[in-house]
Structures are given as structure tokens and as C-alpha cells.
Design a protein around this ligand. Sequence first.
Ligand code: ARG
Length: 565
Amino acid sequence: MNIFVDDIIKMISAMVDIPEQEIRDSVEVPPDEKLGDYAFPCFVLSKKLKKAPNQIATDLASRFKPTELIQEIYSIGPYLNFKVSKTRLAESVLSLIFEQGENYGSDNTGNDKTILIDFSSPNIAKPFGIGHLRTTVIGNSLYHIFTKLGFKTVRINHLGDWGTQFGKVILAYKMWGDENELIKDPIATLYDLYVRFHREEEKDPKLEEEARLWFKKLEDGDREAKALWEKFRSYSLEEFNRVYRILGIEFDAIAGESFYNDQMEPTIQEIKGKGLAEISQDALVVNLERFGMPPCLLRKKDEATLYATRDIAAAIYRYNTYHFYKSLYVVGTAQKLHFQQLFKVLELMGYQWAYDCVHVDFGWIKFKQEMMSTRKGNIILLEDVLNKSIELSRRIIEEKNPELENKEEVAKEVGIGAVIFADLSTRRNKDIDFDWDQALSFDGESAPYVQYTHARLCSLMRKYEKPIGKEVDYRVISTDEEITLIKLLESFPRMIKFAAENYEPSYICTFLIDLCANFNRFYQQHRIITEEAGLTDARMFLVKAIQSTLKNGLSLLGIEAPERM
Ligand code: ARG
């Protein structure tokens, strides 16, 4: 972990014959100051020493002598508690952050192992709605987090661009479509056609049959069907890319459902060959009854394949292509059963790696206040939400800091950040009741609050004027507020790992809010730029470390950190 833990390990292993790694694995950071900076639970030793843990703790505590790094050792119950030298703590944390800058927290846990992240994955010819916000921002943040930990990450957009619904869109377009309208507003036009088709098909069931034939043609590679579908797809992608550009999100592979079309037949043959397929109600399925799940549908009676079939093919393709260590699917809780079925089928097919597939699920998002009129009925467009947020930030900045030079850019960074943070700061499995006031608040748990604190630190650094150097007298760092800040900074690398292990970017949000709140408390109680040069230098060194860690943390969420606001 760090030099202090190394020292603790040295002490314990000098007295007890126990492997160092075992000590390292057991050392904890207690939740409460009174329990020291580090603690070691003596349960681990009781078998070896054949004594009660409380007794061991008391014995050892009385035999240890303080070192240069560990200043106090005492026991509470079965725990050995250690207090570290504040000066050495400040030195080790701050000099490390100074050295590593925004790389602080990076490590090679990942050891180049590959993690696939299937995220965002909207459906073409449909509005890119607020329903896809969570997958998009959670997936992107996980990408930053795992990359930081030394994993090879592959960002995959599993576009919903295949399925019987495209037979309907093609037919509707042929009947009622207008090229000019399509060019002007492609997704809205296509979606209107789709909705209209649904209405008409209720009155005239023949339409459904006809649409089915169009999808069949598409699957068989018919020129006209293919050309129309390609047009719809590329127009849709243009709109999606606009949103990705606003959010600063990129993908390594845009391999939608259609990408696996030529692997449908071999996949089905493989499942059949392994004796897993059966016919049920005219459809080809994998029976999952003995696992308490409904059957996984592979092919309908009209021969069309399904979402699940394409996901099975995709998973196999992904393993063969990337030999992943983990394959993540960042998709809402509504699809929980789908992924349970998918992973079970892969397991039944004999793929050990099925256990390395993870459904990173999340709850719903809804909007408390009335959204402005949307272009499309009651679907709230992601792009509209982002633009509204930018507009609201623009107004706030105009009010707070009308002189600001690059207002437009900052409004964008703050507006986008506000939406991302509002989403990511909620635990994945909880629903979000999106609230504009809270998202844009400058003193709540929001991106603008973190960004504003960051800008305040930058402004202090400008005022200080001198370059912030390494020659610092750490002994002057002594107030409780400073020590709390340093301990928080020290915990950052662990927080990143914790967030990665749980696929939970919200831990980074909590960390950032905590760091800001503690800095602001410090700032209210103590002067930073003082009459004493030595004290000022040391405090500015701390300021610089906090500033770079805030920027660092925000970047893990996919949020910018403007220097002035
Ligand atoms: N297109 C789907 C939707 O919008 C999400 C796809 C998620 N990824 C996957 N491999 N199934 O609901």
C-alpha cells in the first residue's frame, strides 16, 4: 500500500512468524480516527500463537517501539492500532502527487488484460433519448477507470440496427416517406413513420405480413432493402455522433447487431449440435426451465432471428477476437433476464468465459420537472437535455461572472458536467429523479460545485504567482483540517480500485464531493496565503495536490475541469 504499511509489516513479521503477504492483506484503514490511521486485526494470528486475539493485541502493543514513520501503537480489543507521523504522511502523499500529477492513482493492476465495455448502444431510426444517458455515461466512466488501472479497454457500441422492426420502417418509408423530410430531420421522420405504421397495421393486418417480407429481403441481402436500411443507419449514426461529440465520447468498435448477420446460421447450428435447441410453439429455443427461466428464443417461426441470437453470436465473436478478461454489458435493469439467459446459454454451450461476462445494470432515470417541449412527443431527447443544461449554465455564469473570457466554452463544460455528474453520483442500482436545481447547484453535490472548487484552487495558484516547488517544510502542515485532506488524498488510488471492482463510478463522485467539502472547510478556517513564507509554500503545495486530484477525478467521470468559472 505505502511506506507506512511496509513499516507495519516489518514490525509484525519481526515478532510473529507469518508471511508478509498475509499481513498486508489484513491491514485496514479504520473508519474512525480514534482507531488510528491503520489497524491490524489479530484474529489472523490467534491460530498460530494459540492465544485469544485480544491477548495478542495487548502483548504486541506493549512490545512495539515507535519508529520514524509509526509514532503510536496501541491496542483496542482484538485490534492493533497504528498512528503515523503526520509530517511523514504529508511528505509521502504530497510528493507523490507532485511527481505523478494527473497520473496519480494509475497503476498496473490490469497488467494489460482486456476488458470489453458494451455501452450506449442506441437503436437506429429511433430517437436517442434520455433512456440511454445512463449506459452512455457509466460506460464511458468505466472506460476511464479501467484504463487508469492498466487494463486494455475496448469500447463497443452494439448498435440496435437489425430486427423485424426495420421491415416496418422500410415499408412505411416506401408508402409514405419523403426524401426531403428525411434529410432535414432523419430520426424524427423515421420514428414518425414507425409510429404511423403501428397505427395502420392494427387496422390492416396485411401490412404486418408485408413488413415481415421486407425484413426477410433485408436479411437475404436484397439491393433495395439494403440501400434503404443503409441510408437510415447512416443518418441515425450522424445524429448519435453529434451527441457523442458533445459528451466527448468515442468508441473503438461500432459493431451493431447487423454485424453478426452472417454468424446467425453457424451459431444456431452450434447450439443445435450441442443438443441445446428444441422447438417450442413453432419457434426454436433453448429450454431453461430447470434454471427457473423462460426459454431463450433463437428463431421465430418465420425464420427471423432475435436480439438474443445476435447477442450469443456477438459474445462468441468477442471472445474469439479479444480473449477478454472481462466482458461488461452496461445495460438497464429492465434487461436483467435477457442477460441471465444469455450467460446461461453460453455456459451450457461449454464456454468457461461465460463467467467473465458481467451485466452492469442500473436503475431508471426520470425527470422531476417538466422538460421543455421536445421535438418528439413524450420522448425526451438526450441532445435537448444537454443543450438545455448548457443554456442554464450560460445564464448562471452570466450572472456570477459576466467578465469571464471564454464563457461559451465554460458553459458547455459546466452544463455537460452537471448532467453527467447528476447521473453518475447516484448508485447504479438506484433510480434517478433528475432535478435541474440540484444538478446545476454550485454548492450541492454536483459537478458545478466540484468544478467551482477546482477553479478556486486554480485562482489561488495564480495569486501565489511563484511556481509551486518541491522544497517544502512538511512540519508546518499540522492542523486537523490539513491532515484530513491529506488522508483523503492518500485514499484516492484505493477509491479508484474500489470503483472498478464494483463497476461503480459513484464512489469517485463521493470522493470528489468529500475532498471539496473538506477543502472548503479548511479554506474558511485558515488563510492559505499568509505572512509566513514557509507556511504559505507548504499550504500551496497542498492546494496544488488537491487541484490536480480534482481534475484527475473529474476526468475519470468524463468531465472537464475549467480553470476559471
Ligand atoms: N440496443 C439495446 C437497447 O437500446 C441495448 C443493447 C445492449 N447491448 C447488448 N449487447 N445487448 O436496449
